[in-house]
Write a protein that binds this ligand. Sequence first.
Ligand code: AMP
Ligand code: MG
Length: 302
Amino acid sequence: MAKKSRQKKTSSASAAAPAAAPLSSLLRLPRGPVSMASLDASATPGYPGVGKADAGDQTAALAPELSELQERLYAHGRTNPDTARSVLVVLQGMDTSGKGGVIRHAIGLVDPQGVELTSFKAPTQEERSHHYLWRIRRALPSGGMVGIFDRSHYEDVLVVRVESLVPESEWSKRYDELNEFEAEVAARGTTIVKCMLNVSFEEQLARLSARLEDPTKHWKYNPGDLDARAKWPAYMEAYQAALELCNTELAPWHVIPADRKWYRNWAVAELLRETLAGLDVDWPVADFDVAAEKRRLAAASG
Ligand code: AMP
Ligand code: MG
């Protein structure tokens, strides 16, 4: 009995050992002050395997369960529109942090018919003529769906703050507004999973050079990325504020170490699996007489 309370070193855990704690509890940012410098971008908390070598298999192994859970969510939404649930995964991170990679490798494990993906770019003229949450509300997942935000309403306190696109008197009010907005979304049956993909300054350099070196990656490179990189400390300050001020019970932040792509992809897939499993949505019960339908089918085919 006494032995049980002893802390196990994660590095000594064997591949077969069950995870000690849900990944969401390991990656969830604790409430309170945040220090960006203390968040280790190359850590691999909760990873059950050996490392890069088996990460593809570990991630692929999540697919069957992810797939079934997502289908149950969808089926429940279709048959019980009044109590339909949905999930919203918010992906935020600096350029090269891997939002696209996560969408391809982790979200790609579920049926695309059940996924609603929205990538938020600089607002269009029409979007700018509305409140900044207008385009966000329109993109919220419908009942039974998994919504993915590639960038999000957080840009309105990140790039907007760093680039002074609106005055401080305006952006400073947005943190409370975002908390209220997310509480409202959660109250309508959407489970919000916010993921900050934490890439280090050094790793971003390596990824940007790789993009420049490889002609097949030039399309991903945007000269503007270097301007944002030059403002790294200001971005970190803005991230710190967003993580600290918008880390609520209803919409908590998870910080995903993103320097190792293989860990990042596995981690988001596992977080999504845990989230869907936590909804505890069962297959809907038929609203017709199954036995009678079987008899009718037999009669019709005889
Ligand atoms: P990417 O995700 O690399 O395609 O880049 C999208 C760009 O859109 C980034 O430079 C973002 O900073 C920018 N962006 C997204 N949302 C906003 C916003 N609300 N205001 C200004 N720029 C934004
Ligand atoms: Mg980009």
